[in-house]
Write a protein that binds this ligand. Structure first.
Ligand SMILES: [Zn+2]
Length: 203
């Protein structure tokens, strides 16, 4: 079994054991996509969106799969919806990518209500990069990096305090248990960090 297939099995298990965890489905979808299993990736991404309908990055990846599968009409409908969601939450990167895809499909991107991310912010003006950030325009920056390494500094620079706490309270232990990680081992720490980067969209 290749390493990619092994990881797919790992996340398939995670998605089955914990079917309401959108991140298991999301990571499974990404890995299936990487492995060219587009029909299966579509199902995982669709499931992710049922659980987390504001997860902008998922719209983008699902749109890419649909385009590659020549399901044009579905792609246009989904990307139009995704564009609006991403725009509302200030996720400019996936929004602009989806805009480009819509144009490449001969469709039109919806009008952006917030061309710049600063508009309408009521938090401390900090913009969180996590796709599907739970704080949106109310985001606050972490007071200091949560870990004393590069990843910790990246999290502090780009992820809001609410999303960090969401990870810590709701997902971190789950990931350690589900993937049976022993964080004293370097390869396991690497997997944990990779999962965290996936969670925050820091890839
Ligand atoms: Zn956030």
């Amino acid at each position: 079994m290749s390493q990619l297939q092994e990881r797919i099995e790992q996340f398939r298990k995670m998605a089955n054991d914990d079917p309401d965890n959108e991140l298991g489905h999301f990571r499974l979808g990404q890995l299936l996509m990487e492995n060219g299993q587009l029909e299966d990736a579509v199902k995982s991404f669709q499931r992710t969106l049922v659980l987390s309908p504001q997860f902008a990055k998922v719209f983008q990846l699902l749109g890419q799969c649909l385009i590659q599968l020549n399901r044009r009409e579905e792609a246009v409908k989904l990307l139009t919806e995704g564009y609006v969601v991403a725009d509302e939450h200030g996720h400019n990167m996936p929004r602009d990518e989806m805009g480009k895809m819509l144009v490449s499909l001969g469709a039109k991107a919806p009008e952006s209500k917030k061309a710049t991310s600063a508009a309408g912010a009521t938090g401390d003006g900090f913009h969180c990069q996590r796709p599907g950030c739970i704080a949106g325009s109310h985001a606050h920056k972490l007071p200091k990096p949560p870990m004393n390494d590069d990843l910790g500094r990246r999290v502090c620079d780009s992820i809001c305090a609410d999303c960090w706490n969401d990870w810590l309270r709701n997902y971190s232990v789950k990931v350690i248990n589900e993937l049976r990680l022993d964080l004293s081992r370097e390869d396991h720490q690497g997997q944990y960090d990779e999962y965290m980067r996936g969670f925050f969209g820091l890839e």
